[in-house]
Design a protein around this ligand. Structure first.
Ligand code: PMP
Length: 399
């Protein structure tokens, strides 16, 4: 009983600090209009940036894939779980993203979380010979990857190129790995990738780019952040996730053949887990067709128009929107309880936005995390803009 009491006390403390997370149950496919616990809501909180999660062609491909390959893979990739669907997807991803790299291959993972653990543990060559340089606002999966790699890790301040340059110059490690999100998941801004890559080339370092929020959404062809900035380099190791813009699930690493072969041989998050259902890989081929084609281009253009509309329409004096040109549009409120209350007011009006608290973000910077999607209409975004503007005004008039 004592063990349970200790857990309950811990949960009680979270409750008192407005830090308890509650899940809501969605009864309908992921889309802007959904039914949540029996109630129709307009959602601005998914990462389905292109609105592909319930696209009929991708859903049909998932069903077709189940018919072709069955429900599950049955084993890990190195035993018998590596299906033709996985192999075809990896070839397509390498051809698609690999134009920005050298001798590229791609490797499909069950999740982005695992891909990030795999890259950082796989690239680290001996604990004395490797140093990792990690951006301060990196995603939790990258932070956990640095911990699992068990090598010296130096965290550089957000977007601070001078600080990173000084750390790289002082390092004696033979293998240096700089790792960064491309689009910061809770802030929406982008890393200065061209400058980071130049620094890495100058210091002979790898640049690991987690493009979870860029793949599919950025670049003329949807290839992501590397295409957006026009970057090419053998030093790049690219991680793209496939459960966000691509609308399905899983992730991939695209890098030089030697990196991919190392991950296959060494990376425990790749080796010791059952391969994702092959039908997912089959559905992702359909998703890539859309992302790379005219429809993808139109969806990206619509998304950008919605981002511009949101930025132009917000009129806030007390809450602080962060500067962002991506689909992630945070508004800082500050204290947890106030932010939860504001999110609840919006929810009562049928508007569901992300409510982000520490430890996901620093203490005192609790925020609404609005995510826009090509699935939204101009009218729906207008509705949210009006609701947020109005709520701020009424709350501050009351104070
Ligand atoms: N990297 C970033 C920047 C993310 O935001 C996320 C997911 N929120 C991940 C990695 C993990 O990807 P996945 O959800 O596929 O595990």
């Amino acid at each position: 009983m004592e063990l349970i009491t200790r857990l309950q006390q811990q949960l009680q403390t979270l409750e008192e600090r407005s830090l308890i997370r509650r899940r809501r149950t969605v009864d309908t496919p992921c889309a802007p209009r959904i039914t949540v616990d029996g109630r129709t809501m307009l959602a601005f909180c998914s990462n389905d940036y292109l609105g592909l999660a319930s696209h009929p062609h991708i859903v049909a491909a998932l069903k077709e894939g189940a018919g072709l390959y069955g429900a599950g893979s049955g084993a890990s990739h190195l035993i018998s779980g590596h299906s033709r669907a996985h192999a075809l997807l990896e070839e397509r991803l390498a051809a698609f993203v690999g134009v920005n790299l050298e001798s590229a291959r791609a490797l499909y993972f069950c999740t982005g979380y695992m891909a990030n653990l795999a890259v950082l543990t796989g690239l680290a060559v001996g604990d004395r010979d490797t140093e990792i340089f990690s951006e301060a606002l990196n995603h939790a999966s990258l932070i956990d990857g640095t911990r699992l790699a068990r090598v010296t890790t130096r965290v550089y301040p957000h977007a601070d190129l001078d600080a990173l340059a000084a750390l790289l110059a002082a390092s004696r490690a033979a293998t240096k790995i700089v790792v960064t999100d491309s689009v910061f998941s809770m802030d929406g801004d982008m890393a200065p990738l061209p400058e980071l890559l130049a620094l890495c080339e100058q210091h002979g370092a790898w640049l690991v780019v987690d493009d979870a929020h860029g793949f599919g959404a950025l670049g003329d062809n949807g290839r992501g952040a590397l295409e957006h900035f026009g970057l090419h380099s053998p030093n790049l190791v690219y991680v793209g996730t496939l459960g966000k813009s691509a609308g399905v699930g899983g992730a991939f690493v695209c890098a030089h053949d030697a990196v991919i072969e190392t991950l296959i041989q060494k990376a425990r998050p790749y080796i010791f887990t059952t391969a994702a259902p092959p039908a997912m890989a089959h559905a992702l081929l359909a998703s890539l067709d859309i992302i790379a084609g005219d429809e993808g281009r139109q969806r990206r253009a619509h998304l950008q128009a919605l981002v511009a509309q949101w930025n132009a329409g917000l009129q806030l004096r007390h809450w602080q929107p962060l500067a962002s040109t991506t689909a992630i549009q945070p508004v800082i409120i500050g204290e947890n309880a106030a932010m939860m209350d504001i999110a609840a007011c919006l929810y009562q009006q049928g508007l569901w936005v992300g409510a982000i608290r520490p430890p996901t973000v620093p203490v005192g910077t609790a925020r609404l995390r609005v995510t826009l999607s090509a699935g939204h209409t101009v009218q729906e975004v207008e509705q949210l803009i009006n609701a947020v503007n109005h709520l701020e005004r009424t709350r501050h008039e009351l104070e």
